[in-house]
Design a binder for this molecule. Structure first.
Ligand code: MSP
Length: 666
């Protein structure tokens, strides 16, 4: 079955539906901004686009959170859904439809889907015994648990669950799913396919437990009260129910299904690559065309380490706060430009500010402001009719006109980082054209006016094409560019992004506000670091000790060593007699120690977490036989022992304070 296209090209793209279990953060923004950019690009290309997003509102986790707050689950989700919607409007997200899994029509459809699968014999009743991860709402088999017997996704402890339940038969679909993953381009990037087949299909696809009786906040199985539908069956169905599949709320199913792109992050790939196709096969519905899987946006702490973004660590990056400071389009640009399909990307304030300054303020913003300012200065804003072609014109045109085709390809492959890179090749080419043609010199010579007019016109044309192609990614800023370069609405179209000489010969420019102001790196970094540190401290204070332990992901264990190897390290107790900051270093402290052998000096990189007075008079542990080294020009005779802390800091190890100086540690 193919889409009923009604003679128009349709394009259906979806984000995951988000759990409203906490406020949205920059990680949630990535998929939504990426899908929004693709949807806008496709609309510009003339497609009839359906862009769907929404919220996944059922499940035990939501039920628990609502109970903790003393509100009903519905009240709880309503409040957070409002924040999600506010964020999407703030980020200029042009979704066409928003589905909530608590919407009546969705509930009706899911009940019908469950019944059809049951009637067809794909769902049967049995008893569930197994491991369940509450935060991930996932059942796992013994073989899927991680090396500590915990959830393979979030590595938290799982609980043993045993209850009467319905199961969905997976085995009938295993061969077709394997072919879908290995022999088609359904999964992007393709390299993840083999890993899925090896981990889940080759060991034998186990039947999936698709109902629960231990909580009530879910869609009831209408023919067996007491059972609620497993959240993933409920959630995945949204992609069809939002179009009117098995309900009469909407009537677009034949028009848009199958989806052209489902975009998700790697942690939920398995559900979309295996369970969702199996459900659709059982329902005899066409399969989506592409599943685009991206990595995670992690938080880069001040030691340069990537951390999971988590509310309880206080390191979640608040998109509202960033948008207020730098503008929504700058944030959209940054997250799209940093994230490669498939890989993780660490969010760092330094990288963000550098990127905004170099690409947007200096690169594109400067191109626009210089061009408009020169048209204003030399021609009073309106270009004359005279023209004179010259060197570099053709090379500029060729470069600018080659971009659209390359961006088309990147969009079709959901490679938005690459799409932006291609567009910025033209930005760099246009800036280079200014250096090559030296309009400020042409402007001094009356006889070069025609040449100057051509140079400025070519630049305005380059900006028109570039800004048209950038507009799906940065929809707020580009209309301001069009205003400045004097482009009419009809000049800004996908077709015209493939042509030159579109603006009127005697176009009039309008000097306007600076599009992307340059950011003062040092000032901003200090302020952002202060915000994140405050959030981290507050989050830490709120955590119970158990939770603190739960969030901490220890560093990888080092390679095995022998007892003899260990014996080579001479660890001793030492007393800190005095301590001071090392000049010109923010990180180093210089400690004078009584080591039981006449004393020594050690330099340690703990100044961010300890003041000298925190250490003076305390006994610590040192590696006493470490070869001396110079740090910031100061000699260090050994090192002191400190442990990693969950917030990325260091905690000095204090031994029993009664121990004598020089006592050996074995
Ligand atoms: N409700 C399910 C999805 C059901 S789709 C039928 C869910 N929700 S979620 O809110 O937990 O996550 C939604 C998406 O946001 C997932 O793709 C998840 O991986 C993504 N992200 C959440 N935090 C993220 C980052 N820090 N970085 C990138 N994506 C992240 O899973």
């Amino acid at each position: 079955m193919d889409k009923d296209k009604n003679n128009s090209k349709t394009f259906y793209i979806t984000t995951p539906i988000y759990y409203p279990s906490g406020d949205p953060h920059i990680g949630h923004c990535y998929t939504t901004v990426a899908c929004d950019s693709i949807a806008r690009y496709k609309r510009m290309q003339g497609y009839d686009v359906m862009f769907l997003t929404g919220t996944d509102e059922h499940g035990q986790k939501i039920e628990q959170k609502a109970a903790e707050k003393g509100v009903t689950p519905q009240q709880y989700v309503d409040e957070i859904v409002a924040v999600f919607k506010k964020l999407w409007s703030y980020m200029n997200i042009s979704y066409d439809r928003y589905i909530r899994t608590t919407d009546d029509y969705h509930v009706e459809s899911v009940q019908k889907i469950f019944r059809e699968l049951y009637d067809k014999g794909f769902i049967y009743k049995g008893e569930y015994k197994g491991k369940y991860c509450t935060p991930c709402e996932s059942f796992w088999t013994e073989s899927q648990l991680d090396e500590n017997g915990c959830c393979p996704e979030c590595h938290r402890p799982v609980t043993v669950a045993r209850e009467e339940a319905y199961f969905f038969k997976m085995a009938p679909f295993a061969d077709r799913i394997e072919k879908l993953l290995l022999e088609t381009d359904y999964l992007q990037p393709k390299y993840r396919a083999q890993e899925l087949v090896n981990n889940f299909i080759k060991p034998g696809l186990e039947d999936l437990c698709v109902s629960r009786t231990s909580f009530t906040w879910g869609i009831p199985v209408d023919f067996d009260p007491g059972h609620v539908v497993y959240v993933w069956v409920d959630a995945l169905s949204n992609y069809c129910t939002a179009l009117g599949y098995k309900n009469s709320r909407y009537h677009d199913y034949d028009k848009y299904w199958p989806a052209d792109v489902h975009m998700v992050a790697k942690d939920i790939m398995r559900f979309h690559a295996i369970i969702w196709p199996a459900m659709l096969m059982a329902l005899e519905q066409p399969l989506p065309k592409h599943l685009a899987v991206h990595g995670w946006i992690t938080f880069q702490n001040k030691n340069g380490e990537a951390q999971k973004m988590s509310k309880s660590l206080g390191n979640v990056v608040d998109p509202f706060m960033l948008g207020e400071r730098y503008g929504v389009d700058a944030i959209r640009y940054h997250i799209l430009r940093e994230m490669a399909l498939g890989a993780d990307s660490a969010f760092s304030n330094e990288i963000m500010i550098n990127r905004i300054n170099s690409d947007l303020a200096n690169g594109f913003g400067n191109l626009v402001s210089r061009t408009v300012a020169m048209a204003d200065k030399y021609f009073g804003g309106t270009l004359p009719n005279d023209r004179e072609e010259g060197d570099f014109d053709q090379s500029l045109r060729d470069c600018v006109l080659s971009v659209r085709g390359k961006v088309d390809k990147c969009i079709d492959e959901t490679k938005l980082k690459n799409a932006l890179e291609e567009i910025f090749v033209a930005v760099d080419r246009a800036n280079k054209y200014i250096d090559e043609t030296e309009p400020w010199i042409l402007g001094k010579d009356e006889s070069k006016r025609a040449r100057l007019a051509s140079v400025l016109y070519n630049l305005l044309e380059a900006i028109r094409v570039i800004s048209t192609l950038l507009s799906p990614f940065m929809p707020t800023a580009m209309p301001k560019v069009w205003e400045q370069i004097g482009a009419a609405e009809s000049d800004i179209s996908y077709e015209n992004a493939g042509r030159f000489d579109v603006l009127p010969v005697n176009v009039t420019v309008h000097k306007g506000e600076i599009l992307f102001p340059r950011i003062d790196m040092e000032k901003e970094i200090n302020e952002l670091n202060a915000i994140i540190e405050k959030n981290m401290a507050e989050a830490k204070a709120k955590l119970s000790d158990a939770e603190k332990g739960e969030e901490f992901v220890p560093a990888e264990l080092a390679q095995e060593i022998s007892i003899d190897d260990f014996g080579k390290a001479d660890l001793r107790v030492a007393l800190v007699k005095s301590c001071e900051k090392v000049k010109k270093s923010k990180k180093l402290l210089c400690l004078q120690l009584d080591d039981g052998f006449g004393g020594r000096q050690v330099v340690s990189g703990i100044a961010e977490w300890y003041k000298p007075e925190d250490l003076i008079g305390k006994k610590i542990i040192i590696v006493a036989n470490l070869k001396p080294a110079k740090l910031c020009g100061v000699e260090s005779q050994g090192m002191i022992l400190a442990a990693d802390t969950p917030d990325g800091g260091a905690a000095v190890v204090f031994p029993d304070q009664e121990l004598p100086c020089g006592a050996k540690i074995r």
